[in-house]
Design a protein. Sequence first.
Length: 275
Amino acid sequence: MSRITVNDATLHYDDFGPSDGIPVVLIHGHPFNRTLWAPQAHVLSAAGHRVITPDLRGYGESSVTPGKVLLSDFADDIAVLLDHLNIERAVIGGVSMGGQISMEFCRRHLAQVRALVLSDTSALAETHAGRAFRNRLADRLLSEGMGGYADEVIDKMLASYNVAALPDVAAHILGLMRTTDPRGAAAALRGRAERPDYRDTLVTVATAGVPTLIVVGADDVYTPVTEAEAIASLVPHATLSVIDGAGHLPGAEQPERFNTVLLDFLRTQPFEHAQ
């Protein structure tokens, strides 16, 4: 584990695999941390990729920025981290909020993107009702903490049947949510409530020919398959993979299936050697 001071925040991150491997940045969602990507980091680094998994500000071991953190703040943090690591271009991927940060990264730093991986996410701007909900939830987390919220959403973060079928996975995901600092979670919720529409960004990704992989759990209730299909319609060259037996977090629920899809995608790309 390493750390860097970025825009007045201390970010902790892991940097796995050979330094000359194709760099892959994996961005966790809310309210998790970098260990969500452990199954992918192990397999990708063993395959020769360099894998960078940061704790976003306010999550995991990274410092908290209270108040409001926009998706653009998270994306700019990743750009500074890449500069610090002397990585000119990387595969950028994320799940849920991490997918939206990845799209924001494309909007702001497209020249640094070798390929894009979007898992269980939505490109649409937040709705009026969604903004109100996220701000109310932020208030609740600050007053009550993360425990009650974690218990309420576990059967939506995972496919409901996996809560019982995969008890170790459910325990890990619950632990990640319960140990997240409520101030960091609330700040991200308030920032995400202001998220823009990324459909034009995806059209730009398509025009630029950025290799794109879209993954979604077959039983995701937060961002269902129709959301993934809508993203794919904007990036016609993209690969769309639906992971059976999974909900919102297929990389945790069905890591072998997810990893196969991700590795197959990366193997088919004519990447030049890493910088």
